[in-house]
Write a protein that binds this ligand. Sequence first.
Ligand code: OSB
Ligand code: MG
Length: 369
Amino acid sequence: MKIDSFEIRKINLPLVRPFRTSFSTQLHRNLLVIKLTTKEGIVGWSECVALSEPVYSPEYMDGALDVMQKFLIPKLFTREEVEPEEVKGLLGNYLGTNMARSAIETAMLDAKLRAENKSLAKFLGATKDKVECGVSVGIASSIDKLLEEVSGYIAEGYRRIKLKIEPGWDYEPVKAVYESWPTMPLQVDANQAYSRDDGALLAKLDEFNLLLIEQPLDEHDILGHAQLSKQVKTPICLDESIISVEAARDALELKATTVINIKPGRVGGYFESKRIHDLCVEKGIPVWCGGMLETGIGRAANLALAALPGFTLPGDTSASARYYQKDVTTPFVMEDGYLKVPTAPGIGVDPDMDYLDSITSEKILIEPS
Ligand code: OSB
Ligand code: MG
């Protein structure tokens, strides 16, 4: 494809409720929305999932914008024609840019598929037309408040609950939710908040029949996760540590993880996500689609991915209303605990331009010089 321009916006959307994790409390979602226009006038959309601070990943919103402007897009523009499949080869030497690269690659892929009149789901090899939804529940101010929030989600139809945990907010809240809904699939996410010495503490969670414990230790501590997996019966699932198919292969080989959370932004895009999916299918490892509090733009693409056959566990692909009063696309509404996989060309959704403009704080146009 021949790229005419990239337009990158910073947007700010209030969350319907604060989202507290072991790494931060978010009240708003600040992120980058990318619009690519080809020389033929086809448009492609994506969002960059980097958070506003480098607390989940080394990448953060302003840094991702800077690296796109200074390095990634100028390098792309050295080529008269470039395909989304070539982005990793061309830009992969810029280290620590998975989320930025994923956004660029996805906007290109969206434009390409729109031109070919093919949906992302079909392109990736989706076998489902709807995806089972879980919900990620933040750390609450009390156990009563947590139970109230979870009961709301269960009433809405969510089919799996994920509780954020940290030292001091683990055994008791998990026990309270487990005892209130003993048959509801339940898992926890620590976002790296524990240390190698916490094996005995985390093993106490084995009582609650959890699907998995997500990323208990530091993202670089693969050995620690492998050791921990011998101390706890609950499966360990890596999130932050899995930044590529190579990282996935190594972590599986070392038995540091027996389930994988795939997030396209974290691994550098949908091609890499598909490679991890295929590896896991080959090895009989269950995968599920994580989330980064995406708007409808990122959510649409994640639903396409989550429709692949290896995604056998419900993901963090929740309905728009879980996050935002008003989404930037037609809202994703859950029916009986499922979201429909978009079938229109590309990612299958378009932003509401008036609304998008109203929440844009800055807009940058990047063209070949
Ligand atoms: O660790 O999975 C995580 C949100 C932002 C950053 C990291 C994580 C999360 C979530 C929410 O858990 C997932 C979602 O609902 O989009
Ligand atoms: Mg996680």
